[in-house]
Design a protein around this ligand. Structure first.
Ligand code: MN
Length: 143
């Protein structure tokens, strides 16, 4: 069962997303600010992260950068969520390392399509592997 980390400071959005995703068979964990989002990416090892961009403590762009800069976390797909349907926000999210982008209010079927594309399978498929394969060691320098 895929586990999704929802990083969202708005309680109503958070509860709504969490409830609707759990109804579809996902396990969800939540973080209420960017710092907690980075911390929970480490402790919860989610299969995917839904990242609000406008967050207290550190914003979603910075939290995404920190997650993507950490080799232990970089493989976790991140979908950025913002209230602004502006191309500049999309580009900014992708530059921060986010794998995809969607706008709020969330269109659940559309968001589920993006989640499943990044997970590579529907949530009802066989259980996810316990841990993603370790990233390959860098090539040895020529001697
Ligand atoms: Mn927010």
């Amino acid at each position: 069962m895929a586990k999704i980390l929802i990083v969202e400071d708005n309680e109503m959005n958070r509860d709504m997303l969490s409830r609707r995703l759990e109804r579809r068979g996902f396990t969800t964990v939540i973080a209420v600010d960017g710092g907690a989002g980075v911390a929970k990416a480490r402790t919860e090892a989610p299969d995917l992260i839904l990242m609000d961009m406008s967050l207290p403590v550190i914003d979603g762009w910075e939290a995404s950068r920190q997650i993507k800069a950490d080799p232990a976390l970089a493989a976790i797909p991140i979908i950025a969520l913002t209230a602004h349907a502006m191309t500049s926000d999309r580009d900014k999210a992708l530059k921060a390392g986010c794998n995809d982008y969607d706008t709020k209010p969330v269109d659940l079927p559309r968001l589920l399509g993006k989640i499943e594309a990044l997970l590579g399978k529907p949530p009802s498929a066989s259980p996810a592997p316990a841990t993603p394969p370790a990233s390959p060691a860098p090539p040895a320098p020529a001697s």
